[in-house]
Design a protein around this ligand. Structure first.
Ligand code: UDP
Length: 486
């Protein structure tokens, strides 16, 4: 048909949460950098978060379009302005948020009709996207935002229900039929909803719809790289029989420093330059970075334990907390901090209130360890930076990600979180925090983890370079899509 030169047009439709939006934007840029026409579909309050990064891409000659659709906050019974999932502070509100996203269907229908793209890359949380794309003959790719390992683990749990064979929530069991012997407890499994029966049924139905929609989709694009979890890439493709392409780590594909600094939001620390300059004064591998992503949160007593644990570890740190500074003046102490903490830690520890330039911090040579909630993006960013981790999973699929880090690639130690909790993290005492931080920062075990992490970091970089495993898979998916259109 002589379609060789025809430019593919792809729609990217991310779920409205930082952990999904950030990699989806990176992905749109990656495809655009390969000559694809990329259009991101989002909602009014999320659109401004894209504006600067898109402008920067345009300055470099990479065109990315944005289409804005209305988010039915009021119609779904959500508080005004609630357009991001991290604002949904209870299961009830989360349920309404999901309902609101299902109400987006007619607008997406309209856009597909008007723009006739060649592909719709829609987040896993939009199960209805497969059918609507099929209606217009458009292949739908699913973006989960997570890796192959958790996808395989979840499927084996669903198929074999090994949790039914143990007598208590704290008894360890293995997940059958996975390439490695992965152990966890029932308490660490996602609890879909415990508030009420209606909510439990709603989420169970929703997750069933996600699975079915994925099975009917054209395939799955995954932010990962083959060398990180090759047995699970193979398992997903060969045993589970899914069509999938690994195209990450996406954070490594982003080269522009401003883009790295402002992934998701602008950093809270006046110009990211300040914390990088602070890191410049530190020795290699001497600072531990603590951050729990965009959603996970802790109560004041847990923050106090973290502060005490950090101080007792004797390590220098950058710690990101979701708190505003008290406006009561310099002298006023904050309840979640031990008395005099900030004064004692001057020069030794930096607290960032709000949003940190995480990728730039992790990539700094002064950073020697990462305490993480195990969100998939954070895990990949830590892997790419080659740093050992303290794993502190909270919710979503984070307990699976922890097992990948501690039991498969062995570049981290667990802080000891025992319980999956959807909103506020499990309680961990200061001693456990101190001990885990010390284990990744110095000693023989830390050095072994660091050298394994460095190798993985190098492999991550190579994967996205020309000829690397992710580079080739990206070529493969583009060629497949071109073949459909020809
Ligand atoms: N992030 C950041 N600064 C912060 C907190 C988070 O840049 O202060 C970024 C982080 O680099 C990652 C994303 O936000 O890319 C969080 O995604 P992840 O999957 O780790 O966790 P989630 O927020 O989805 O729980």
């Amino acid at each position: 048909m002589g379609n060789e030169k025809r430019q593919l047009h792809m729609f990217f439709f991310p779920f409205m949460a930082q952990g999904h939006m950030i990699p989806a934007i990176d992905m749109a840029k990656l495809f655009a950098s390969r000559g694809i026409k990329a259009t991101i579909v989002t909602t009014p309050l999320n659109a401004p978060l894209l504006a600067k990064t898109i402008q920067r891409s345009q300055n470099l000659g990479v065109e990315i379009g944005v289409l804005v659709i209305k988010f039915p906050t009021i119609e779904a019974g959500l508080p005004e302005g609630c357009e991001s999932f991290h604002m949904a502070s209870s299961h009830g509100v989360q349920q309404k948020f999901i309902k609101a996203t299902t109400m987006l269907e007619p607008q997406i229908d309209q856009l597909l009709q008007e723009h006739a793209p060649d592909c719709l890359v829609a987040d896993m949380f939009f199960p209805w996207a497969t059918d609507i794309a099929t209606k217009y003959g458009v292949p739908r790719l699913v973006f989960h935002g997570t890796g192959f390992f958790p996808l395989c683990a979840l499927e084996c749990l669903r198929l074999y229900e090994p949790g039914k064979n143990v007598s208590s929530d704290s008894e360890l069991f293995s997940i059958p039929n996975l390439p490695n012997d992965i152990k966890l407890t029932r308490a660490q499994l996602p609890v879909l909803a415990e508030e009420n029966v209606e909510s439990t049924e709603f989420f169970a139905k929703f997750f069933k719809a996600l699975r079915e929609s994925e099975a009917r989709s054209y395939g799955v694009v995954v932010n990962s790289f083959y060398e990180l979890e090759q047995d699970y890439v193979d398992h997903y493709r060969k045993v589970m029989g899914r069509k999938a392409w690994h195209i990450g780590p996406l954070s490594v594909c982003i080269k522009d420093t401003e883009d790295k600094a402002q992934r998701g939001k602008a950093s809270s620390i006046d110009e990211h330059g300040y914390c990088l300059k602070w890191l410049d004064t530190k020795k290699p591998h001497s600072v531990v970075y603590i951050c729990f992503g965009s959603v996970a949160d802790f109560n004041d007593s847990q923050l106090l334990e973290i502060a005490m644990g950090l101080e007792a570890s004797g390590q220098q740190f950058i710690w990101v907390v979701k708190k505003e500074k008290n406006h009561g003046g310099e002298e006023e102490e904050e309840e979640w901090l031990p008395e005099g903490f900030e004064k004692r830690m001057e020069g030794k520890g930096l607290i960032i209130r709000g949003w940190a330039p995480q990728v730039l911090i992790l990539d700094h040579e002064a950073v020697g360890g990462f305490v993480t909630h195990c969100g998939w993006n954070s895990i990949l960013e830590g892997v790419a930076a080659g740093v050992p981790m303290v794993t502190w999973p909270v919710s979503a699929e984070q307990f699976f990600n922890e097992k990948l880090v501690t039991q498969v690639i062995k570049i981290g130690v667990s802080v000891g979180a025992q319980r999956w909790v959807s909103l506020k993290g499990d309680n961990i005492n200061r001693d456990a925090i101190e001990k885990a931080v010390k284990r990744i920062m110095f000693g023989e075990e830390a050095e072994e983890m660091r050298s394994r992490a460095k190798v993985l970091g190098e492999l991550a970089r190579r994967a996205v370079e020309e000829g690397g495993s992710s580079y080739l898979d990206l070529n493969a998916v583009i060629e497949d899509l071109k073949a459909i259109g020809s």
